[in-house]
Design a protein around this ligand. Structure first.
Ligand SMILES: *Cc1c(COP(=O)(O)O)cnc(C)c1O
Length: 407
């Protein structure tokens, strides 16, 4: 793959993103197969907000994945890619007006609050003669004194209140449940998650639910260097999750005539490993004993993960004489002190070398602000090895054209 990247550096210069289509498809199929083998009604719903690159969303669609959206922006993209509403899952606490269009077209919609339940109930009451369906997001406490802001809590009367509002709306039916907890990725937390969701479905839903969505938050497939930082061999794989999540689920609905769809909503889990960011070292300097490299990319390009872990980095030498460094802080182009792409790098590099930051598929391109330098281009390395540009670089005009220039 690195010779393709060298070609791109020569042709286009840096910085840019690389998407590995083959790796993505193999990993996606691996997750899908592992879960579907145990429970054929398993369905992946890809989290758009994690990485909404249309090429990737379309790839997911071609692999049979649904679209998981949390805003009208993402809903709009899913529709543009040709999704039917029945294959779009609309979640989140701040839905836009498209939620009514989605409701109207029989889409999957998970309500986050009592106020939202009321709004939807009122909409349904104003449209008698038609019938509507919805799901509820469940708030789950999984320990560590952390209270999630999302969903309705089954402890207390909040969830019951929302269910009562739905049940008193003649043309609205509760057909599914949803939860998503981005922390607590371990097997124990997942065991509790599935158990709780089944209990709540048994208690609040008439008959068999049409779906239960367990959200995302499984550890991703990742390079060993990163895995070590998350606990090495203790990091569960898809087979481990399938044992504690899919098996009990399949057992619960073994005798049901109609099997509920079991959704998970992976974002990071399926995309993180398959995107890299390629950026050049512009200068290296020593300031009061602190070793610093300045890059032509920034920490927003890499996403939040670079603030928590050291990313796997590869070096493409430019041919100039490299110097050995210990504790080299690799800094981005912004004029922010905290723009640290990699803290304390140990290795030999020279100004002019290019670094490939791997595992940057999650919350990177979607979180890059128009701050100081616009967004970089993206290339896909296709399954047959060919290269396709899937996003052009942002232009200065992209940044300024929305402002008023009549003074
Ligand atoms: C963000 C989000 C996801 C995806 O989470 P990742 O950690 O990126 O995999 C799934 N479901 C919901 C409701 C989300 O908000």
């Amino acid at each position: 793959m690195n010779h393709v990247i060298k070609d791109l550096i020569n042709k286009h210069g840096t910085p840019f993103y690389i998407f590995d289509e083959k790796g993505f498809v193999e990993n996606y199929n691996e997750l899908n197969r592992t879960f579907k083998d145990i429970y054929p009604n398993y369905q992946i719903s890809y989290s758009y907000k994690t990485n909404y690159t249309p090429f990737i969303c379309n790839l997911v669609k071609s692999l049979g994945g649904y679209a998981e959206v949390v805003s009208d922006l993402e809903y709009h993209l899913a529709k543009k890619l040709g999704y039917e509403n029945s294959q779009i899952v609309y979640n989140g606490p701040s839905k836009g007006d498209a939620m009514y269009e989605h409701l109207e077209n029989g889409g999957i919609l998970n309500i986050d609050s009592i106020d939202e339940t009321k709004q939807i109930s009122e909409y349904c009451k104003a449209h008698t003669g038609k019938s509507y369906t919805c799901g509820l997001r469940i708030n789950m406490y999984l320990g560590d004194n952390f209270i999630s802001r999302f969903g309705l809590s089954p402890d207390g009367d909040e969830l019951q209140k929302a269910v009562d509002i739905i049940n008193s709306t003649p043309n609205l039916k509760l057909i599914g449940l949803h939860c998503h907890i981005s922390r607590h990725r371990g097997l124990e937390a997942w065991t509790k998650r599935v158990k709780t969701m089944i209990e709540i479905a048994d208690k609040y839903i008439d008959g068999t639910p049409e779906y239960i969505s367990l959200g995302s938050g499984m550890f991703a497939d990742m390079p060993d260097f990163l895995k070590e930082q998350f606990g090495g061999d203790t990091v569960p794989g898809y087979k481990d999750y399938a044992e504690v999540v899919v098996k009990p689920f399949a057992a619960r609905y073994k005798n049901s005539e109609r099997k509920p769809i079991l959704f998970t909503e992976p974002g990071t889990t399926v995309v993180a490993r398959y995107m890299s960011f390629v950026s050049k070292i512009l200068s290296i300097k020593d300031v009061r004993g602190r070793h610093l490299a300045n890059m032509d990319g920034d920490y927003h390009n890499l996403g939040e993960i670079c603030t928590m872990k050291k990313l796997p980095v590869e070096i493409i030498p430019c041919g100039k004489k490299q110097q050995p460094y210990t504790n080299l802080d690799i800094m981005g182009f912004t004029c922010l002190e905290q723009d640290l792409m990699y803290p304390g790098f140990d290795g030999s590099v020279a100004a002019g070398d290019t670094l490939i930051f791997n595992n940057v598929g999650g919350y990177s391109i979607v979180s890059k602000p128009q701050f100081i330098k616009p967004q970089s281009a993206m290339f896909a390395i296709r399954q047959n090895g060919s290269v396709k540009q899937i996003m052009r670089a942002e232009t200065f005009d992209d940044v300024f054209s929305k402002f008023c220039f009549e003074f």
